[in-house]
Design a protein around this ligand. Sequence first.
Ligand SMILES: NC(=O)C1=CN([C@@H]2O[C@H](COP(=O)(O)OP(=O)(O)OC[C@H]3O[C@@H](n4cnc5c(N)ncnc54)[C@H](O)[C@@H]3O)[C@@H](O)[C@H]2O)C=CC1
Ligand SMILES: O=C(O)CCC(=O)C(=O)O
Length: 547
Amino acid sequence: MPFYTQEQLGSGLRRNTEHQMTQPKVLISDKMDPRAAAIFRERGIQVDEITGKTPEELAAIIGDYDGLAIRSSTKATAKLLDQATNLKVIGRAGIGVDNVDIPAATARGIVVMNTPFGNSITTAEHAIALMFALARQLPEADASTQAGKWEKNRFMGVELTAKTLGLIGAGNIGSIVASRALGLKMKVIAFDPFLSPERALELGIEKVELDQLLARADFITLHTPLTDQTRGILSREALAKTKKGVRIINCARGGLIDEAALKDALESGQVAGAALDVFETEPATASPLFGTPGFVSTPHLGASTTEAQVNVAIQVAEQMSDFLLLGGVTNAINMPSLSAEEAPRLKPYMALAEKLGRLLGQVLGEQVRGVSIEVEGAAAQLNQKPITGAVLAGLMGTYSQTVNMVNAPVLAKERGLDVKEIRHEREGDYQTLVRVTASTPGGERCVSGTLFGNAAPRLVDIFGVAVEAELGGHMLYIVNNDTPGFIGKLGTALGQAGLNIATFNLGRRAAGGEAVALVAVDDPVPAELVQQLCALDGVREVVPLNF
Ligand SMILES: NC(=O)C1=CN([C@@H]2O[C@H](COP(=O)(O)OP(=O)(O)OC[C@H]3O[C@@H](n4cnc5c(N)ncnc54)[C@H](O)[C@@H]3O)[C@@H](O)[C@H]2O)C=CC1
Ligand SMILES: O=C(O)CCC(=O)C(=O)O
């Protein structure tokens, strides 16, 4: 699967093993609102809903699918993805993608997308709900009352008004929590190294360092992803620096808080209350924290409202369908976005770019040290990233079976390929042009192409020689001395080898100088014929090409 071609994406069809065209197939492997499956079906995608499978059971069936729609239960590990031989897209109906091995997916050319906003209000509301639960000890009071105890004097709460809320992480969800907390007349401070002072001002919150937040906050709520920097951000040492009697809420990810240290801090009274929706190990069916006074928990319910689940189900199904049917890319973690509206306009450019990359890869091989991709005229109005991805996929596709637009930029970087992007808004000789220049030890070599009728890719220049050729199927690239009679000899050799010529395109640097022929033939060119052609008088180079 070197490149998601028109056949693989955008036509709504896919090749099955018998090379027949079939509908794309999606597996929904976690419990999801039924609207997701309905959307896939409405858009002509086959869908199976198979939930609760073990990793081994999932590995046995995943090879059948083009798309995998998940929430947080399915673990898309490298081991599972090894079996996912047809998979093109993983859609996470939610925000956190820590259950997906992103580098493994990228390396296999699988786009990973999430739905970053569909459940954020719901999760922010859950954090606020837990803050109230802690402030007024609602779970304990409820349990006691329903046990017939009526312990009115046991449950003395605290007001939220005028208290300081410390946000760790003020992104999507953190900023919604801030707005709700400000409505409750709390003072909000935030530790987030990526929060700009302007944004803090706009949110009406104070940006502080972590130690200041620990020292000042009456309530702390966490809203960061789990990364190497945030793991254990509320460590034993950090908890010791908090204001005595602080209350802590975590609706983000388990692993942000040292759970053993939290238990000790609750028992010592340093922390008056803690509410966790997320745990280091999930499902958390046992935890030393369970039963600790002041501890409240929910089973990762942050996103569990009807509204949020409908939002994320619809969004993930639409995004995955757009990708599988039209090539549109929205909210991808490992690929630049490409809207479903942009995708049809970009598609012919991506086909052109892929062919130019493939041409360079086949002619120059391992000599290519870097590429510069220039877009000119109409092409410069478009998103250049997909064009670059397509050039790289074509270039590296000549020696890698696994490269595609998704993993090409990463693979290029890994291989030390220097990639440059240049944009010329003004038209040159053509209304639209893509030029790819490869740097090689022997100097720069450049090919250019345009679109005829805004749709049909054509090569217009190869290494400084003007030609006009459609790149497709089996071809021969021949460089020879421009002498009378050469074309006749070439035609005879091809005819004797039983190879039918489909199209013949010629160009030359100067009369009597170097000439170039691009010949499209109906069948693959046998190696013996290449040798025979190399031996013809005046031939300098013969390269069989496949597109
Ligand atoms: N409990 C649940 O069911 C749900 C949990 N979540 C989780 O909530 C978390 C937050 O989600 P969003 O707000 O949408 O993410 P976001 O990406 O919009 O915000 C994360 C914020 O954390 C900040 N951040 C990153 N590294 C940091 C560090 N070292 N120290 C302090 N701040 C740092 C970022 O700058 C960003 O502002 C994620 O972990 C997500 O997976 C999301 C939805 C539901
Ligand atoms: O799908 C869920 O219930 C979990 C949501 C979540 O954790 C997320 O979106 O990051």
